[in-house]
Design a protein around this ligand. Structure first.
Ligand code: GUN
Length: 303
């Protein structure tokens, strides 16, 4: 079997065309340009690349963005004060704090300082709790992007065995909740899981977000499975690879996302969708629903 490639770059481009039109509509009809504030703390090289991509993507669809940078040792109070200020800024509809934070920062305190109406990453406790019952304002961008890839490819989720490798707050846990919301049977594996292959081999849909190159080998994958590789790893020779042995697993899987060009572009796309959704909510909240109540492509609730 040679797997069908699930092209996140192309899907992202299609969704961004719709987002660009939505931004134009908001600007024309409500005189509101969606705005995103991005906060970057410290000198993590990978975080800088991700943040640069997000800022560029905003410009590409007409979202106004601002990058606020702090040194590693920025005092916690200064950071929280900056977030509180952004919470009050009517020109900024979304606030994103790039993770991971330098280790001495209290991630929870920082994330929970963000207004739930501006929490376009979906990391505030309110949105995390909302995921449990399928009633959040914003969905975390990476799992949201994975759902869009599956839906666009016509891959049903209901009743499927879904194995998720990696139990992070950013990807693995929200991914599991979204899959449960869609009536999948979910297993979540992590560093302490004994005999990983025992779980991966059961998966109709295998989602890997572990940050370990070549963690998933062909013999760990059921023939015909759908494989979603969320990993982004830079090898010593400079190559960018996922967590899955792509060439080997291609011969067993029915569908697979590549790295790069799979989940990554969709994460950024869903951030744009959430930001436009936040701006639309701002308009509705402050002026009443003067716009046509129209759902953004890419921002539908995951029910
Ligand atoms: N670090 C890795 N992924 C993400 C993400 O989706 N949002 C933020 N804020 N930080 C990240």
């Amino acid at each position: 079997m040679n797997a069908r490639i699930l092209d996140g770059r192309s899907l992202g481009r299609t969704i961004r065309t719709q987002i660009r039109a939505d931004v134009e509509e908001l600007t024309r009809n409500a005189a509101v340009v969606p705005g995103l504030a991005v906060i970057l703390i410290g000198e993590d090289a990978a975080s800088r690349v991700y943040v640069t991509n997000k800022i560029k993507a905003c410009a590409d669809v007409g979202i106004r963005s601002t990058l606020i940078e702090y040194p590693n040792d920025v005092p916690a109070e200064a950071l929280i004060d900056a977030i509180k200020h952004l919470n009050q800024d009517p020109a900024m509809h979304g606030i994103l704090v790039q993770l991971p934070l330098p280790p001495h920062h209290d991630v929870r305190a920082v994330l929970h300082a963000i207004s739930i109406e501006k929490d376009v990453d979906g990391f505030h406790l309110y949105n995390v709790g909302g995921l449990v019952v399928g009633d959040m304002i914003f969905s975390p961008c990476t799992p949201f992007g994975v759902m869009k890839i599956l839906d666009h490819a016509g891959i049903p989720v209901e009743g499927k065995n879904v194995t998720i490798v990696g139990a992070s707050n950013i990807v693995g846990k929200p991914m599991a909740l979204m899959m449960m919301q869609r009536d999948a049977t979910v297993a979540v594996c992590h560093e302490k899981t004994r005999d990983l292959a025992q779980y991966t081999i059961l998966a109709d849909i295998l989602i890997v977000a572990a940050g370990v190159p070549n963690l998933i080998l062909p013999q760990m994958v059921r023939t015909g499975a759908v494989v979603i590789d969320v990993g982004i790893n830079r090898l010593p020779d400079g190559r960018l690879v996922g967590d899955v042995d792509f060439d080997g697993v291609c011969r067993r899987a029915s569908c697979i996302t590549p790295v790069p060009g799979g989940v990554g572009p969709m994460t950024v796309t869903m951030l744009l969708a959430n930001t436009v959704s936040a701006a639309r909510r701002f308009v509705d909240r402050t002026r009443g629903p003067i716009l046509e109540p129209k759902r953004l492509e890419g921002a539908a609730p995951l029910t």
